[in-house]
Design a protein around this ligand. Structure first.
Ligand code: ASP
Length: 325
């Protein structure tokens, strides 16, 4: 039994391991671990109290994948429900012939299955950070939102300009990744995020896109990503890594190859990327485009998780057309 996670998963990894030890499935462990991160008010890149989009709304993305069957479930742009990973799991588990529900449809589904609803998911502290950031980029067109009179961007505010200024490569980022192997050798992976801070409304990242931010296959292994989701979508990163394993590459070679594919991406917007991955033998690895990153892992023989450094494949960041000129 093994669980690997991004380092912000530390709050949930032990309970996830206890679930495995009691005979729980890899899917259970992934869901349990991620829920604890989603509920953590101090984690501003996942679930409750995450950083909002450019108009001050929290839109959550999540996905889960079952390595036995390659079944998966995902939600995107979901508001008001903290446990996006549980709703994603129910998209997979209910007899619904769909994989990904977004926006109002995801919220309707969450209500229909009785998912926990918290409504307001942002603290005053986070809204103050958001407003300060908006002021710093020169956002001036605000209107009072009735009935609470909170100031929000006007309908005709130039969001396109604001978003370009606010979401530079140094923006606040983060996502939680969990991958588990249970006592039967089944593998599951899950990802949950509030996405980039200050993203354009309606922007969907890699986290709910199976094959981009998340992929699990019992036969070969699993991979999950954090970082600039647009890059993982374009390179199909999680699926690529698992496909490289299927083609016979070692875990290290497959992970380096998937990172190199990201480095090969052209275009004007290239930021940081990270991934974690494992194979059915229980070998695991973390990669990052920047030095100093780590991830965590725990086996059934360990009382607590341990941290391990991520291997670095540098991906030089560039931001906007000016960066190329
Ligand atoms: N991958 C996430 C996204 O693009 C954010 C992050 O991990 O920083 O939405």
């Amino acid at each position: 039994m093994l669980i690997i996670a991004s380092s912000n998963g530390a709050i949930g990894i032990d309970q996830a391991m206890q679930a495995l030890k009691k005979g729980g499935s890899a899917l259970d462990a992934v869901e349990i671990g991620i829920r604890l991160v989603e509920a953590n008010p101090d984690e501003h890149s996942v679930g409750y109290n995450g950083y909002p989009n450019i108009i001050g709304e929290l839109e959550l993305d999540a996905s889960i994948m079952d390595g036995r069957t390659l079944d998966s479930g995902a939600v995107a742009l979901m508001r008001g429900f903290p446990y996006a990973i549980s709703v994603a799991r129910q998209v997979m588990a209910r007899e619904l012939p769909h994989v990904l529900l977004a926006g109002e449809g995801a919220e309707r589904f969450a209500r229909e299955i009785g998912a926990e609803h918290w409504g307001e998911m942002l603290t005053d502290e986070i809204m103050a950070v958001w407003r300060k950031r908006m002021t710093a980029v020169g956002a001036t067109q605000w209107v009072a939102r009735r009935p609470d009179d909170i100031l929000v961007p006007a309908d005709d505010a130039p969001l396109l300009d604001w978003v370009k200024l606010a979401t530079d490569p140094e923006r606040v980022e983060g996502t939680v990744n969990f991958i588990a192997i249970d006592g039967k050798g089944d593998i599951a992976s899950g990802v949950s995020t509030s996405g980039w801070a200050w993203k354009y409304p309606g922007r969907i990242g890699d986290s709910p896109i199976i094959g981009a931010g998340n992929y699990a296959d019992n036969r070969y292994g699993a991979c999950a990503c954090t970082g600039m989701g647009e890059m993982a979508i374009r390179a199909g990163t999680a699926r690529s890594l698992v496909l490289y394993l299927k083609l016979g590459l070692s875990l290290g070679e497959a992970a380096r190859r998937a990172m190199n594919d990201l480095r090969d991406l052209g275009g004007d917007f290239i930021g940081g990327m990270n991934l974690i991955a494992l194979n059915p033998k229980g070998e695991h690895i973390g990669m990052s485009s920047r030095a100093g990153g780590s991830y965590i892992y725990q086996t059934e023989a360990m009382d607590a998780c341990q941290e391990r450094a991520r291997e670095v494949v540098e991906i030089p960041a560039r931001w906007g057309r000016e960066a190329r000129e």
